[in-house]
Structures are given as C-alpha cells and as structure tokens.
Design a protein around this ligand. Sequence first.
Ligand SMILES: [Zn+2]
Length: 219
Amino acid sequence: MNTPRPAARGRCKREHDRLNALPGTVNPGQLLFGINQGATFPDLRVWHMKEIAKLDCDGYAIGGLAVGEPTEVMYEIIEAVEPHMPQDKPRYLMGVGTPSNIIEGVARGVDFFDCVMPSRNGRHGKLFTWEGTVNILNAKYSTDDRPISETCGCPVCRRFSRAYLRHLFKAEETLALRLAVLHNLYFYNELTAKIREALDEGRFADFRAAYSEKLAERV
Ligand SMILES: [Zn+2]
C-alpha cells in the first residue's frame, strides 16, 4: 500500500488552531472534523482513520460512501473503520441516507448524518412513512381520501389527503413539492427522535428489528 507523505498531515488542523487563537476570529467556536476517505478499500480506510485520529479533531466523519456502491459494501466499510474512531468524539456518516440506512448506521456506531433524500425524494413524490415508502404519483392514490400516513402528525397529514396531494403533483403545482418536503422532513425528525429515545431506554435493538427493513418497503 502506498501511503501519502506525512508532511501534509495536520496542516489544516494547525491552521485552524492558529486562527482560533487569534483575537477577533469570526467564528472561534467553529469545529474541525477529520474526514475518513479510502473508497471501498478497508486497509486504506483503517490506515487513514488511525492517522486522522492522531490529530485530535473535534469530531470524525466517514466520507466518500453512499456514492453508488452497494449498501452492503457501505456497511462493511463502516464496520471496518468504526473500531478505529475515537470513542469520545462524535461520528458523522456523510450523505446518508434512507431511513433504513440511518438505523443501520446508528447500529454500527454513527451519531449523525446529512442527506438530500427527504427533500429531493419528496420533490419526486416519494414519501417516507412508518408503514414504508409511498409513491404518491401512483394511480391508486387518485381517489384515496386518507392522509399520506394515518400515524403521522405533520401539518400535511393533518389537513390533506393523498388524492389532493397527488392532484397537486399532476397539475404541477409547486405547492405539491412544498407539502411533500414538509412531510418528509417531519418524518426524518421523528425518526431520529425515536432512535435517540430507543437508545436512551436501552431498546434500540428492538427498534432496529421492527423498522430497519419495514421502512424500506413500498406501501
Ligand atoms: Zn405527514
């Protein structure tokens, strides 16, 4: 394995420390995360994680995943890297993911995530619910008076039907996009709140078993 020259290591960290020590720094509370790379090569990933762990960053991220590799490969890389991430620093999985990916990421030791999925998928009529995913463009919803999800308390589900939302999409009303994104963001907030609750109460394994696969099913 070819390893990069160590000379470059730590340059960003040193500059970050220097700036934060100056009087009048614009954002002295800004955090610096070390971002693990190495594609789908476990040896490169682990080597790199060990190197950036030495820098004592504020947190650590796993980057360069969720870019088209099979989901199982993504999970394998997280499992390879995670034991080498500092135990006392937050862990961030970049660009992930579906509700199932988030549950599986947490199960592998990840603390937080970012993703376009709730908004981008919402704009394409793909809606996330506790019963699975709904494609609101399907013809079967054209006269469906039920909300997107009977168990969702979001402002969209409390006021509007599947049939109405589908009509808005078909009529190319921009309100359709707004309502769909609102519902999906509400769902993601609820998902992460329930994950935290399950972790706090020591029943995350049950939560994972109940929802990891179910949330990926199509309603
Ligand atoms: Zn809703």
